[in-house]
Design a protein around this ligand. Structure first.
Ligand code: CAA
Length: 400
């Protein structure tokens, strides 16, 4: 892949090695068991992969979102569940990197980078999914503490994570400063995992409901130390984490294409390899072009974030939307190449299709991505005001 630095390639190769040697052989087993693969997490930690995106001063490797995406892509090529098992630690820790106090960074980032602390991002609720601002979880100040009551839904990594970035309403009267983020440790009294979901895909990583009852957290756990910035912090985090979902989608699509090509070369029908039939060739060629296009969008969005470009919100949403739609199409076409065998659980390909579906849904549905893109375009149009004079205006008696 062109345009990658030596450092980018080093992470990519390391993740590829772990994916092929450690992840691929156990992917089907943990999918069937729906259990967390601790053996994989140990290798990721030992290889330094858990700290790729964490700044050097806090014990990480000081890489960027592009490095993180390259690792997610390679892991997902072997197992989409492991891809998100890894990426969700970026989603959980980006709020601390972006907005945490120095004390919060020192307390948690080195442990996350070392793989000692897994982390989850608790934003969604039963009645607040796409409409993330309509949270009901309440955090009430009480002396040196906040008392948090509420429920969270679809918390990936829940139960295995030691730390949770929890968003809650601190000022119900305010529209702009309604929410705040809190860093909540799993052993906090009042914190409980209420339900572990039984899922279609990404089955090796738990997705849970979290229950918080009269949970007292110290003020020092308020993200960034200032209340009211929670919604902004959540949105800024999602901007930076969505390329990770997109990278998971690209990895899944590439992994499905790899298997489909190998199978098409092996499978004989009508006395020849099915890869020699033009209809199969067309499927494979279209899959390949879609994967390449998605990959370039992901790398481009990741680079924009690493450079702090102002259009990162739109680029991240475009990458997430396009790559996840690509993953759904390509993994489904890969099942088609495998024919009847592809639909059977004995074969590795149907898992790719099951794992791909969630990439169109989480970290903002693709409908939400379109809202984000359209709103960003409307803002960017302010810079296109010079085009106004070239577009005629209707007047009462004709055209201006
Ligand atoms: N960066 C910084 N600030 C932002 C921002 C961004 N990207 N997006 C919005 N804001 C700010 C706005 O500027 C605005 O601030 P002001 O009032 O000061 O101008 C404020 O936040 C409110 O913004 P909006 O009016 O745009 O908010 P909205 O209520 O209309 O919501 C939305 C917009 C894009 C639909 C948003 O609700 C959203 O992204 N929803 C999807 C949530 C989501 O992705 N959830 C998934 C959670 S994680 C998960 O899936 C589980 C898991 O474990 C993997």
């Amino acid at each position: 892949m062109p345009f990658l630095s030596d450092e980018n390639r080093r992470w990519q190769e390391k993740a590829r090695h772990v994916a092929e040697e450690v992840v691929r052989p156990i992917a089907a087993k943990y999918d069937a068991l729906q259990e967390y693969p601790w053996e994989v997490k140990e290798v990721l930690a030992r290889e330094g992969l858990m700290g790729v995106w964490i700044p050097k001063e806090y014990g990480g490797a000081g890489g960027g979102i592009l490095d993180q995406c390259l690792c997610v892509e390679q892991l997902s090529r072997a197992c989409g569940g492991v891809g998100v098992l890894y990426a969700v630690n970026a989603l959980g820790s980006i709020p601390i990197i972006l907005a945490g106090t120095d004390e919060q960074k020192k307390k948690y980032l080195p442990r996350i980078a070392a793989g000692e602390f897994l982390i989850a991002f608790a934003l969604s609720e039963k009645f607040a999914g796409s409409d993330a601002g309509s949270q009901r979880t309440a955090a009430v100040a009480d002396g040196d503490h906040y008392v948090i009551d509420g429920e969270k839904k679809w918390t990936t990594n829940g139960g295995v994570a030691e730390l949770y970035t929890v968003f809650a309403v601190t000022d119900p009267q305010s529209k702009k400063e309604r929410m705040s983020g809190f860093l909540v440790e799993k052993n906090t009294p009042g914190f409980a995992i209420a339900k572990v979901e039984d899922k279609t895909g990404i089955r090796c990583v738990p997705v849970v409901e979290v229950d918080m009852k009269s949970m007292r957290v110290q003020r020092s756990q308020l993200l960034g130390g200032t209340p009211g910035l929670g919604f902004k912090h959540a949105m800024m985090t999602l901007d930076r984490a969505r390329p990770g979902v997109a990278a998971q989608a690209v990895g899944l699509a590439q992994g499905a294409l790899d298997l489909a090509v190998v199978y098409a070369n092996r499978r004989q029908q009508f006395g020849q390899q099915i890869a020699s039939f033009q209809m199969i060739q067309q499927l494979l060629a279209d899959m390949s072009a879609r994967v390449s296009a998605a990959r370039y969008l992901v790398y481009n969005a990741a680079r924009a974030i690493d450079r702090g470009l102002p259009n990162m919100t739109r680029l991240a949403a475009e990458a997430k939307m396009f790559a996840s739609d690509t993953a759904m199409k390509v993994t489904s076409d890969a099942v088609q190449v495998f024919g009847g065998y592809g639909y059977m659980k004995d074969y590795p390909i149907e898992k790719y299709m099951r794992d791909a579906k969630i990439t169109q849904i989480y970290e903002g549905t693709n409908q939400v991505q379109r809202i984000v893109i359209a709103r960003a375009l409307a803002k960017e149009a302010e810079g296109l005001a010079h085009l106004e004079k070239y577009i005629p205006r209707e007047t009462q008696r004709g055209v201006e």
